[in-house]
Design a protein around this ligand. Structure first.
Ligand code: SAH
Length: 213
């Protein structure tokens, strides 16, 4: 599959939709304007790739809605060189956004099919995560901690303690918390035992599942 002028035009329209919905971070908008989202989806969904909607990918999972990707990434306040952890690699679209912002990305996926597919596909597009991990995101990635920010891209029934523990001081955890509907929640680590918590609007994600592999 290719990236054509038509795709580029549709992407620019999508960026304008996101601006209309309140996204302001130029680096995030720039990444979304650049990354060929249609290549992250099955070809049957080509027409939908630049609508602001979530869509099915393999293994009964979804590629997050562009607005959600933009909103979560904006909350992370990424600076070049930040070491970040993503829980739920999925299609790799969010991973590509983080790579585009210059983050060093560690990303965890528990579905083997998606882990294999995306860890092969992303480098081909030129987005190089530091590490693709096949495993359980509830545990985080202790051997690489601490992280400047952590993003969870599946709905978490509760906030996993290891993720808070693996943030550096000043670090940020962006996590949708809830069962059927999730509240986007930001934790900023102020001290060893001290976290500021801010809640944003409601979002809907596929569930963060307990380790089954
Ligand atoms: N960032 C992805 C979102 C995919 S949906 C994208 O934009 O494409 C959420 C992903 O989280 C799914 O791929 C799902 O398999 C994965 N997931 C669910 N529970 C998990 C867990 N405990 N650990 C790691 N990944 C998990």
């Amino acid at each position: 599959m290719r990236d054509t002028f038509k795709h580029q035009g549709l992407r620019q329209q999508l960026v304008n939709v996101l601006i209309g919905k309140g996204i302001t971070d130029k680096t995030v908008l720039n990444a979304i304007g650049k990354i060929p989202r249609h290549l992250f989806m099955d070809s049957g969904f080509l027409d939908h790739a630049y609508q602001d909607k979530a869509f099915p990918i393999a293994a009964d999972q979804t590629i997050s809605q562009p607005y959600t990707v933009a909103f979560q990434t904006e909350l992370m306040q990424i600076e070049k060189g930040d070491k970040v952890l993503e829980i739920g690699t999925g299609s790799g679209y969010q991973t590509a956004v983080l790579c585009d912002l210059g983050a060093k990305v560690y990303t965890i996926e528990r579905q083997q099919e998606l882990f294999k597919k995306t860890s092969k596909f992303l480098p081909k597009l030129g987005y190089r995560a530091k590490k693709f991990v096949f495993g359980d995101g509830y545990k985080g990635l202790q051997e690489q901690a601490p992280f400047k920010s952590i993003i969870v891209t599946a709905g978490a029934p509760f906030v996993p303690k290891p993720l808070l523990a693996q943030l550096e001081i000043g670090g940020r955890l962006v996590i949708p918390v809830g069962d059927n509907v999730q509240t986007m929640t930001l934790f900023v680590r102020k001290g060893v035992m001290e976290f500021d918590k801010t809640e944003f609007g409601e979002f809907r994600f596929v569930p963060l599942l307990e380790d089954k592999n």
